[in-house]
Design a protein around this ligand. Structure first.
Ligand code: UD1
Length: 339
């Protein structure tokens, strides 16, 4: 079995990817410091996968620890690097936290990979690198606009750092940069899902927590955008589809002499925030309190992916609908103990 190091493997996307790696006969080895995830995820992964994955508890920016991981648990056939902070608003309030963690962990990880002869890196990037693009759908060649937040800037810098390291280590190091649009949903088992600590910043956990009575109401941030109903447009992708794309990326790298490629991961469909609310209510039969409010500073008006490159290059397609994702997110929410 091929071994893959999954940094941030206890997180939302990392945990779903660990499951899909195992389904595709890879052995995931997880490193996570649980700074934004819960320890119970590892046991839950054990239930889904029938075997509890190897866990190293610690920080990816700890060089000594990471070298030890490569020595004691390697060799790895590839690395998928999720470990990073990801809240836009928090990054504006505390930029140094983001620069320190997101940049340093990527730097240390690449150094260790090169020293231990591990060639294939799949990097967890984001559509945030595009800022508000001039033309839609966004393709991988759409130029970057200035980042809207320190979080977005760390993704731009990490991508650049990786491209430079690939160029400087020709034939020895390669990378696929996966630019996620809006990952949502949960595993159909209801055992793993999105577990934001405290008040959610993202739309779907806010909807499910309001529907579950944990929050009084959802405020829709802005109804005066230049879109079909005035609310923002996003491209919401089921986390299980997204997880499968990571496996497709690794498999692609194993059979191609590549250097570095960026690939968008979205459905290709732009959906408004109001359409998400309507679909949730229709799919689950649950009505919840929501109202229109002011715009949220820093929000992009509309963004959705061209998924042509992912379809062609990775031979990957989304299989699940927005409705599937909302039903799975609601199923997951209903199993959570009220804090
Ligand atoms: C942003 C980034 C994404 C990043 C994510 C991490 C962009 C285009 N996207 O996603 O790359 O991974 O943050 O957090 O920069 N909304 C409400 N009410 C709420 C919460 C959200 O109306 O209570 C609206 C937002 O205004 C937005 C949409 O729902 O229009 C989605 O918001 P959210 O889930 O926070 O994700 P993005 O901001 O799109």
């Amino acid at each position: 079995m091929k071994k893959v190091l999954v940094t941030g493997g206890a997180g939302f996307i990392g945990s779903h990817t660990a499951v899909e790696l195992e389904n595709a006969s890879y052995t995931p080895v997880i490193i996570d410091n649980f700074s934004n995830s819960d320890r119970s995820v590892i046991d839950r992964l054990g239930e889904i996968m029938n075997t509890t994955p190897t866990l190293i508890e610690g920080d990816c920016s700890d060089e000594t620890l990471l070298h030890r991981v490569f020595e004691e648990h390697g060799p790895f056939d590839g690395v998928i690097h999720f470990a990073a902070y990801k809240a836009v608003g928090e990054s504006v309030r505390n930029p140094l936290k983001y620069y320190k963690n997101n940049l340093r962990s990527t730097e240390v990880l690449m150094q260790c990979m090169i020293e231990h002869g591990c060639k294939n890196l799949v990097f967890s990037s984001s559509c945030t690198v595009y800022g508000q693009p001039d033309a839609l759908p966004v393709t991988e060649t759409t130029p970057f606009q200035p980042a809207n937040s320190p979080y977005g800037y760390t993704k731009q810098v990490c991508e650049r750092m990786i491209n430079e390291v690939v160029a400087a280590n020709e034939g020895q190091f390669s990378s696929i940069l996966l630019r996620y649009f809006n990952p949502i949903g949960a595993h159909p088992s209801g055992l793993i899902g999105e577990l934001p600590l405290g008040r959610p910043e993202n739309l779907i956990p806010y909807i499910t927590q309001t529907a579950a009575g944990w929050r009084d109401e959802l405020v829709v941030f802005g109804d005066d955008y230049d879109t079909a109903d005035g609310t923002c447009v996003r491209d919401f992708i089921h986390v299980v589809d997204l997880a499968k794309a990571h496996v497709a990326a690794l498999t692609y790298m194993e059979s191609h002499d590549l250097t570095t490629e960026a690939v968008n991961l979205g459905t290709g469909d732009g959906v408004t925030v109001k359409q998400v609310i309507d679909t949730f209510e229709e799919a689950t039969g649950v009505k919840f309190n929501w109202r229109m409010g002011d715009r949220r500073p820093g929000d992009v008006e509309k963004i959705y992916a061209s998924s042509a490159k992912a379809n062609d290059m990775l031979n990957w397609k989304t299989e699940k609908s927005l409705k599937d994702a909302l039903v799975d997110a609601w199923n997951w929410q209903q199993k959570l103990p009220k804090p």
